[in-house]
Design a protein around this ligand. Structure first.
Ligand code: HEM
Ligand code: NAG
Ligand code: NAG
Ligand code: NAG
Ligand code: NAG
Ligand code: NAG
Length: 497
């Protein structure tokens, strides 16, 4: 009797699963949206742990000539947007429908879950409102001393490595530098990684950089199945890192409270927000404050480090571009009477802007922009997506579409020259995202890269190492969500004087 009951329950369950599956499978076909049939478990995510998410996005762009493509995150339908006009509506015009990100870091880890990258409303709005004024150019100007000192240390570090005959691992050296700059500004803690290649803060960011199966799985869940993050006990930041963040934060807070501070860095701004929020009811707890410092570090050090790496690499392979940049920097230097660059001088390096933009076109660290629809939304006359549908604006796909960027494989900063600016169609270039959730650290990253590049290009000629792979053959991290190199990248630094 029991056996029969068991068998019939099981059959019912299987039939139910099968019927559900047929409905899931025909979801995009029913709506006449181009798609590839999903895998019965992974949906469209069969690339995870095998192929970089950015490369997959490029394929999902070029394989279809349609403004959007239907995909499945496991069994959950989601939409990739390959079209600048629809992208703009989602990111900017109708951003009230798309305020939230789909990704999430669960509830078990406050530092991973309360920062403005992973959090949604109401916390996101009140936090972002308070943080935005901290990242204006006028506030960032007070970072001059730090950026100037650290870019000098970067030059000296490379000089001494060259003298010692060491091959320089670009991404390591640049992440030493960006860890110092962001770590010192966000946590107020002394870090000397640019000179020494190590510091306590650097141990933490080195931990962030290591990619293995489990970290890959954790990131995959954060991005594509946030409900599972808590189930598996994943965290965005390793436990060791959050413990260290809390410890450092408390000691610097104590120090600044007793001694006062004239630093005007990100840490000062965060402490001020903490004080102001103490009497309000907006859920801005101490954890929520530390979480912001943590995401500045996590969101900033590897992205700008990798951008500096790819810029250096491409410049070594393009001597004509390098020459032009070198001359621009030398001319500016002479114009200001051979003094050190000040913050406002660096604004005048027009060609440097083009070089940085071209690097971020070819190698956007975060190639797609993640949102979720808060209510039913009409994409166009043929398609309305229901509330709760995840949407990805495919920035990296547009960046390499020859329709928008002719000969997309070519490293050609001239496409961003002021006289060519009108050839670039609006909303096809999105390395920092767009709209209310645009990268908050965009200017911070811009100036960090400018100081570093000015110092490097002025002091060294860059050449490719013999047998080094061409830029197009550089391998991208296969297990990664972010578009980063997987191997060591190096060039020859030839001191100019
Ligand atoms: C080259 C360097 C960088 C690149 C390419 C980059 C790119 C991005 C992108 C594409 C987004 C998503 C934007 C969107 O969804 O519309 C983002 C968000 C974010 N970035 Fe950056 N980023 C860089 C550096 C930084 C730095 C230096 C910081 C901090 C100091 C930072 C902090 C953040 C934060 C906190 C967010 C979340 C913003 C929000 O959701 O409100 N990033 N970044
Ligand atoms: C940083 O390291 C360099 C090289 O080892 C050393 O000369 C310098 O004094 C260190 N600075 C700090 C603040 O520890
Ligand atoms: C970087 O700064 C320069 C000079 O102010 C500006 O022209 C350029 O658009 C900025 N780029 C980014 C990515 O913010
Ligand atoms: C930089 O540009 C600003 C405005 O574009 C100009 O006023 C200033 O003189 C320039 N500085 C130098 C050193 O060229
Ligand atoms: C809607 O579908 C029709 C028929 O496939 C097509 O001709 C039309 O261009 C589509 N509209 C949009 C806005 O894509
Ligand atoms: C360079 O990139 C920034 C950031 O995306 C953008 O604001 C700026 O307009 C770009 N510059 C040019 C000349 O296209």
């Amino acid at each position: 009797m029991i056996v029969i009951l068991l068998i019939s329950t099981l059959s019912c369950l299987l039939v139910w699963i099968y019927l559900r599956w047929t409905k899931v499978r025909s979801y995009w076909a029913d709506r006449r949206v181009p798609h590839e049939l999903p895998h019965p478990i992974w949906g469209s995510l069969t690339f995870l742990q095998k192929k970089n998410a950015g490369i997959w996005m490029k394929e999902m762009y070029s394989r279809f000539s349609s403004p959007y493509v239907g995909i499945w995150l496991f069994w959950r339908p989601a939409l990739i947007v390959n079209c600048p006009e629809i992208g703009k509506r989602i990111l900017v015009k109708d951003s009230d429908v798309f305020r939230d990100r789909f990704l999430g870091s669960g509830k078990n880890d406050p530092i991973g879950g309360l920062n403005i990258f992973t959090s949604n409303d109401p916390l996101w709005t009140s936090m972002r409102k308070r943080l935005t004024p901290v990242f204006t150019s006028s506030k960032l100007r007070s970072l001059h001393g730090l950026l100037s000192a650290k870019s000098k240390q970067l030059e000296q570090r490379i000089r001494s490595d060259v003298k010692a005959g060491d091959t320089i691992n670009l991404r390591m050296v640049y992440s030493d530098f960006t860890t110092d700059v962001i770590g010192i500004s966000s946590f107020g803690v002394d870090s000397n990684a640019t000179s020494k290649g190590e510091s306590h803060m650097r141990t933490v960011t080195k931990d962030f950089m290591t990619y293995n199966f489990w970290r890959g799985l954790a990131w995959s869940c954060i991005f594509f199945f946030p409900e599972l993050v808590d189930v598996f006990g994943f965290t965005m930041f390793p436990k060791k890192a959050t413990d260290y963040f809390k410890k450092v934060f408390h000691s610097i807070e104590e120090q600044r409270r007793t001694e006062g501070s004239d630093k005007r860095d990100l840490m000062d701004a965060l402490l001020k927000i903490k004080l102001e929020a103490e009497d309000t009811n907006e859920g801005i707890t101490e954890d929520a404050i530390i979480a912001q410092a943590a995401i500045f570090l996590q969101g900033g050090f590897d992205t700008s480090g990798s951008a500096l790496t790819f810029t250096t690499y491409e410049l070594a392979f393009h001597p004509e571009v390098q020459d032009k940049l070198y001359h621009e920097i030398v001319e500016l230097k002479q114009r200001i009477g051979n003094k050190d660059f000040h913050f406002d001088d660096l604004v005048n390096l027009t060609y440097m802007t083009c070089v940085i933009n071209e690097t971020l076109r070819k190698y956007p660290p975060m190639g797609f922009l993640d949102r979720i629809a808060a209510k039913d939304y009409k994409i166009d006359e043929n398609l309305t997506i229901p509330a709760g549908t995840p949407v990805y604006v495919n920035a990296i796909g547009m960046h390499v579409d020859p329709k928008y960027f002719p000969e997309p494989e070519k490293f050609n900063p001239d496409r961003f020259l002021p006289e060519n600016e009108e050839d670039i169609q609006p909303n096809t270039y999105l390395p920092f995202g767009e709209g209310p959730r645009v990268c908050i650290g965009m200017r911070f990253a811009n100036y960090t890269m400018r100081y570093a590049l000015a110092s490097i290009i002025l002091n060294f000629e860059l050449r490719p190492l013999p047998d080094a792979p061409k830029p197009k053959d550089v391998e991208i991290e296969k297990m990664g969500i972010f578009y980063m190199p997987s191997g060591v990248m190096s060039v020859e630094f030839v001191p100019r004087n």
